[in-house]
Design a protein around this ligand. Structure first.
Ligand SMILES: [Zn+2]
Length: 301
């Protein structure tokens, strides 16, 4: 009997503590801990952030289940962001991160849902390519007129969500400069510079389409002082998400036009401070230029 029990015990122990179970048990624990860390739950209020493991340039989505219909606000690293209703008592805030942020802990606090809810994420570092630029003077630094117009456009936060699903590429042609590229000017690292968008190489005249639905909220022309940006279109997708298109040869829309995803906006050109024809597309969330790639391949709702 004792022998039988020992054998049974050894066999059970063998079955239970195989290496595989150890590994999957460990992975399940890690997954559980990371989910718990990215979610705050108290009563019927819950706050969730994704991605749980963001990197520089990512947009962090915060989903809030509240007890009432009053809109909460979200504070991340001392900045306050709006949250918009996506269903009864359910809200969503979009938090931008950029190459200028410091990797490490992101502290997120949700206010306006009773007791403040807090959660923390780890913002991962990311290696961006660098370019060396040697300036020899000449060329426009841009005009106050264009910067005032462009800054006001980037700061837009309008209440209705106009985009739907994944963003599409705004023009054919390959990407020539990705988001986030850093620069050295005359051998010195430019602390505040990063490429605030994606460049597509294409010939002058190639069509540009809206990557998502929105409302045309900016049209600027080189002839009217857009010396650096060149001919420019800005599309407001709503709720703090805006797209800007630079260096166009032609503009086919006017301010106030409502455009659908894929609708023609204008054509690629080489206007403004550029050396050759290309489209620069910048995607901004609450005033900050974020990496459009996650918006192209995943959807933010
Ligand atoms: Zn560019």
């Amino acid at each position: 009997m004792e022998n039988y029990l020992t054998k049974l015990w050894l066999s059970l122990r063998h079955q239970f503590w195989t290496k595989r179970l150890w590994v999957s048990g460990f992975l399940a624990l890690v997954a559980l801990l990371s989910v718990l860390n990215s979610a705050a739950i108290s009563g019927t209020i819950s706050v969730q952030a994704s991605p749980t493991n963001p990197q520089l340039g990512d947009t962090v989505t915060v989903l809030i289940q509240a007890e009432t219909g009053a809109s909460p606000t979200v504070v991340m690293n001392q900045k306050t962001y709006p949250a918009f209703a996506i269903a009864p008592n359910r809200f969503r805030a979009l938090l931008p991160t950029t190459p200028l942020d410091r990797p490490g802990q992101l502290n997120i606090q949700v206010n306006g849902v009773g007791d403040p809810q807090t959660l923390a994420l780890q913002l991962r570092d990311r290696d961006f390519p660098t370019q060396s630029i040697w300036l020899s003077g000449g060329g426009s630094d841009g005009t106050d007129h264009e910067f005032n117009k462009v800054d006001a456009f980037k700061a837009l936060v309008t209440p209705n969500k106009l985009w739907n699903g994944k963003f599409q590429r705004p023009t054919e042609g390959e990407i020539t400069t990705i988001y986030g590229v850093r620069r050295y000017y005359n051998g010195e690292f430019a602390q505040d510079y990063y490429h605030r968008g994606v460049d597509y190489g294409a010939d002058t005249g190639a069509p540009i389409v809206a990557p998502a639905a929105g409302k045309v909220a900016l049209v600027g022309r080189e002839a009217d002082g857009f010396e650096l940006h060149g001919n420019t279109i800005g599309v407001d997708h709503g709720q703090g998400v805006v797209s800007i298109f630079l260096h166009l040869s032609r503009i086919d829309v006017k301010e106030g036009d409502v455009v659908q995803a894929g609708q023609r906006l204008g054509a690629v050109g080489a206007t403004g401070g550029v050396t050759g024809p290309h489209l620069h597309w910048g995607l901004y969330v609450n005033g900050k230029s974020i990496d459009p790639v996650p918006w192209r391949y995943g959807s933010f709702e």
